[in-house]
Design a protein around this ligand. Structure first.
Ligand SMILES: [Zn+2]
Length: 279
């Protein structure tokens, strides 16, 4: 992410310096001093004020003087002006700070509330079903570059799917991953151009995969088949021995979790049946 930040300044006051003489053109009382408020900004939102800058200009000869060039006479006149008519910063120069403070207060209160409502927990460890991590990791392993030694089921499956697939899909763009767990088989497909198939026809892909596995599994090793199909952005189809999501648009990929076994906490008698502490 690119951050735009830095300092900016804006004019906050214009005053005349009385009882001064221009060292350049010797004009009397000819100085106008502009005071600028410098502030720190993030994405052009003023966060907090920094310093003030004074620049004097002689109205007669137009020479300008930075603060460092002010004569003692000018400094004194400015001091008098500051007492009579001080250059106050507008509130907006620090408004980002206020916004940030409010934002952090809100975030802090929410997290405090979260801690408070979870105070019944015996520990503060974030509890996640470890099977979700396994599934997420397997989803990332889908690849178009199948290697014979690594995932030979995917290779045979791809040959079969390529032959049977619904027309319109580029078979070269389909990624595969399979995993065996005793008599269970997990088959994951990623079809980036799934949009080319109308949602109501997408479930045909599940049937093709099922038929292909049935043909390939000559020794009848696999009793349970878990199929997940991912589109470009999300999971679109799920079929397991007990559940399915076949609308073709959105599917809950965590329905595949039972492939990895039962939720160990559901079996044990813990207070929180849906979660498991990760060691
Ligand atoms: Zn002058």
């Amino acid at each position: 992410m690119i951050f735009f930040f830095g300092t900016r300044s804006s004019k906050i006051k214009e005053r005349r310096l009385k009882r001064t003489t221009c060292s350049y053109c010797q004009s009397q009382d000819s100085f106008t001093v502009n005071t600028y408020g410098t502030y720190f900004h993030l994405f052009w939102i003023p966060l907090f004020p920094l310093f003030k800058k004074h620049i004097a200009e002689c109205n007669h000869c137009k020479k300008s003087f930075s603060f460092a060039e002010f004569t003692p006479q000018m400094l004194k006149s400015l001091e008098v002006e500051n007492n009579i008519n001080p250059a106050k910063r507008p509130i907006w120069q620090g408004c980002g700070c206020l916004i940030l403070t409010v934002f952090f207060l809100i975030v802090f209160s929410i997290s405090l509330y979260g801690v408070y409502t979870r105070s019944g927990d015996s520990s503060n460890v974030i509890k996640v079903d470890p099977r979700k991590e396994l599934l997420d990791a397997d989803f990332k392993k889908m690849t178009q570059l199948l290697q014979r030694g690594k995932d030979s089921i995917s290779i045979s499956l791809k040959t079969c799917v390529d032959y049977n697939i619904v027309s319109g899909l580029e078979t070269e763009n389909i990624s595969y991953f399979t995993r065996q767990n005793e008599d269970k088989l997990l088959v994951l497909l990623k079809i980036k151009d799934i949009k080319k198939v109308k949602a109501e026809f997408r479930k045909d892909i599940l049937d093709i995969v099922e038929d292909c596995i049935f043909q390939l599994d000559k020794n009848k090793i696999f009793n349970e088949l878990y199929i997940g199909v991912e589109g470009k952005w999300n999971t679109v189809l799920i079929r397991t021995p007990t559940q399915e999501d076949i609308s073709g648009r959105f599917a809950d990929k965590y329905k595949l979790l039972s492939f990895y076994g039962n939720d160990s906490l559901k079996q044990s008698k813990t207070k929180q049946p849906d979660t498991l502490k990760i060691e």
